[in-house]
Design a protein around this ligand. Sequence first.
Ligand code: G3I
Length: 393
Amino acid sequence: MNQKRRLIGRRSFLFGLGSLATMSAVATSKAAYQNQQIQALDNPNRNFIISEGLSLKERAAKKGIIYGAAAHNIALSSDASYAAAIVQNCGVLVPELEFKWTAGNATLRPSPDRFDFSKADWMANFAKTHSLLLRAHTLVWHDSLPTWFDKTVNSHNAAQLLENHIQTVVKRYAGKIHSWDVVNEAIQPEDGRNDGLRMTSWLKVLGQNYIDLAFRLTAAADPKALLVYNDFGLDYDTPDQEARRTAVLKLLERLRTKGTPIHALGIQAHLSPGEKKFNPSKLRKFLQDVASMGLKIMITEMDVVDKKLPIDVKVRDRIIAGVYEDYLSTVLDEKAVIAVITWGLSDRYSYVNESQPRSDRAPVRPLPLDAQMQHKLAWNAIARAFDHAPKRN
Ligand code: G3I
């Protein structure tokens, strides 16, 4: 018996060693693949020369495109240099926290029967004072919901709550909003449903029609705003992102067939060089498919996550700039793309600092301005993409 146990123990030890060796071989080959990708992205001879003078919003506007950034009240109210950079560069402002149900210091929905518009109003006033368009994000999302939500909401009261939320919030800002992200991140093929929808609290209580309902309520409350479905993970040539693109197209088709008042797709474009393969022709085809449904397209949350890139700032900035220009020159060729928004403007306030830090703890550099509000090569790259984009009619 003891002898048998010893043999089994020895066997599983050897098996364990074998699978450890396989795992480390996979990790090594993944790391080698990533290194190769990164080396291929770095071209020391690539230039990011631009003509001097114009800001990003001006270069975009010359082509009929809107450029802007997300920002939150915490940074804008306390940092004059950041506020000035936003005003100088942006044609549109996206409140990063303030129109969500609850996020950071902003809680629009403190309880089921109360609204607190103080932070959202502050952002709307900032936009108005500085003549920026205002893009609101977001009415229906599985994230950033208050803790009372899951305890209170059920299939009997959910439609009423959604209607009350949309009517109250959307009507308050009606006529002042360029575009609303009505529904955010509703696709998740991994959740195993045939329609590719994410299993969210909203889906559980309202069924798949919650998306159509949200768009109809929003259109009724603000007939002027552009109504957007917004999602991430649509950029790269990987099986999971292919599945996400397919599911998004199916969702858009279903909505169009039903006559849902949807006007645009928001592609977040949180890019991660070195991790996944970029294939311009696949992306172009996806954009054409969306455009052929009569929808506009907005790049809504662009940044370049530099977690896997070399620590050397010169090399890192050059790769990041290349990623910006390659991506934007591809998408801006499609005239249905009407706006480019970066998720922040300066590295000082990027959410990547908290959510995707580097393992070496070096400060991240995902945005067009550095932490001192100086232009980086990424700024030039975005400028070049606007300068070379075809003019919208
Ligand atoms: O303000 C508090 C601060 O007082 C506190 O000390 C700190 C501790 O965690 O939290 C701060 O608030 C955070 C806030 O960001 C401001 O930094 C919240 O915890 C955090 O949840 C919040 O995260 C936001 C996140 O959405 C969730 O709402 C990010 O800023 C925002 O960039 C991110 O944006 C999302 C888009 O909405 C949808 N697409 C993905 C994108 C990135 O995750």
